[in-house]
Ligand binder design. Sequence first.
Ligand code: 13P
Length: 254
Amino acid sequence: MSKQRAKWVVGNWKMHGRLAENEVLLRALVDGAGTAATGTVRVGVCVPAPYLAQAEALLREAPLVWGVQDVSAYAEGAYTGEVAAGMAADFGATLAIVGHSERRAYHGERSEVVALKAQRALDAGLTPIVCVGETLEQRESGATQAVVGAQIDAVLAALPVAGLARIVVAYEPVWAIGTGKSATAEQAQEMHAFLRARLASKDAALADVPLLYGGSVKPDNAQTLFGQKDIDGGLIGGASLKSQDFLAICAAAR
Ligand code: 13P
């Protein structure tokens, strides 16, 4: 835990964007990336799958990585509508968000399926960003650590330590997503410390797994959040669609 960990800032565009507006946004990120993505800050964007080729074409020469927002739990087969991790890798993707709360809430994804998706991402050479987080009701009833603990435990139980050492975890309290109401730095740090301890108790090699915070990260709160001991950067929704805001958040990670 003593080692200096790199910072990560990853945009999650969710189901936003069209070719023309993506191009404007991506070009602005490329222009600003020289200063935003320094040696210690890794900057990425997770785009809707149809735009992977566009991301690859525009970001290939830039110090930015790209990825998808979900992958299938299967490597290939008769799974209509699904996108395999290997398909994303074909377009140069290196990141795959798995288990986002919107997938859990609207698509019934359970933690066991999230673990399978993380494994498929690893198999294809992608870095899975495993999302965990509690709802407001769960927090108010004092169940936050039980809920988040169970979500991470399912992944810790299903993957080998060598694979787990290559994951990223994003703590995203559901009540902070898209609400403009970020967790306080103290609330976020408390949960990050909890997650780091949980990972380290599985294996000491997992103590340095990057832990990102997500939920209403903006230019004006990024620096305080990222300054916490166990917060290694952010997973950014709404603010990742505005180049100035996203680049300002990247700068706050330096
Ligand atoms: P917002 O930054 O829009 O709150 O979204 C966070 C998120 O869900 C990132 O995955």
